[in-house]
Design a protein around this ligand. Sequence first.
Ligand code: S3P
Length: 423
Amino acid sequence: MGEVEIPGDKSISHRAVMLGSIAHGTTHVSGCLMGDDVRSTIGAFRAMGVDIVEHDNERLSIHGHGFGALRAPLGPLDMGNSGTSIRLLAGLLASAPFAVEMSGDDSLRRRPMRRVTEPLALMGANMRTTSQGTPPLHLSPGAMLTAIRYELPVASAQVKSALLLAGLHTTGLTTVVEPQATRDHTERMLRAFGVELVISGNEISLMGPQSLCAADIHVPRDISSAAFFLVAASLVEGSELTLRGIGINPTRTGVISILREMGANIRLFNETTKSGEPVADIQVNGAGLRGIDIPAQLIPSAIDEFPAIFIAAACAEGVTRLAGAGELRHKESDRIDAMAVGLRALGVEVITGADSIQVTGRNALSGGCTIESRGDHRIAMSFAMAALKCDRPLTILNCHAIGTSFPGFVRIAVQAGLRIEQS
Ligand code: S3P
């Protein structure tokens, strides 16, 4: 298989655009993911008057003049498919002196927003959703926020980040307590922009108000996108694939731990740190996989990679079980159901519960069928990897959302040796 180039990390790219837009000075971002989700964030800040210049080679210059320089957008902000954009901006804009309406596509308009609006309301924010707690989200102007200490009921980096971003412009100590550690890109990047945070175990505090100074940010390549190829290369006997410059932040590497426990042959080398984020090259070789009970403590650090992991499970020897993963039902699609339905179509035995899934592996998958990806990028890309083990071609429908996180996916997959056609 050789070597393929994975695009920039989606979570980190969003944060680079957001923090650069409210910082003072020019922020240079390299390795930025130019996918549809990050473009939604860029579009939102442009609509609020920020000058963001796109250069070649995934580079951006963001000319920030501070939070106070943001202007009222002329119309609603369209966040497309991006939960990270709408949830983080809910916090960031909670105290803006202008009204904002945010919405997005059909999938985003089904995503739960109360997990951010409830704690923000406790801070004094004035926001409104539909009666189901879904977008559109309306923010009223000029809320005077009060700093709070908040214990997150669910492990969510988006909610944690929304509260920390709200806390930046709130007088006093904002503290967020996590039930389990989630991705800490916001904390790391706030520090890169000069913000002082106190982190003690699962408690993160910041004393507001604080302003940000522009920074140079290098975005590592996305381990969530690399995950599809970690699985693909593992499934093909004799294969060897190298992925360079991948973010290996320990809050994101659950997929590596899980695949290794299943027997995958994954080696990290050239480890370094860039813009406060750990990065490494990864080599993966084909290996026989076995089913495991996935340890619950790995769920937050592998939360986006489960669709790919379930494909690995479907091709592993024995049974793989995951429990306590109800959050998977609230992603871009209900990922427990979408994966179960798709895998069953491939002849795989799958049992699901409210927050659990059990997959019994097989030697070969039956192809020749059609999989509905439900407009969920990670479901579509996961089943593309499953095709490697199918006896006949697979058709995967509704794949437009792949561009939200992995522009160029088909080209890169072909480069890695997969036989994919796009129509
Ligand atoms: C993200 C956090 C996670 C993850 C999402 C990106 C982020 O969501 O699933 O793809 O960038 O903060 P939750 O906060 O809902 O777990």
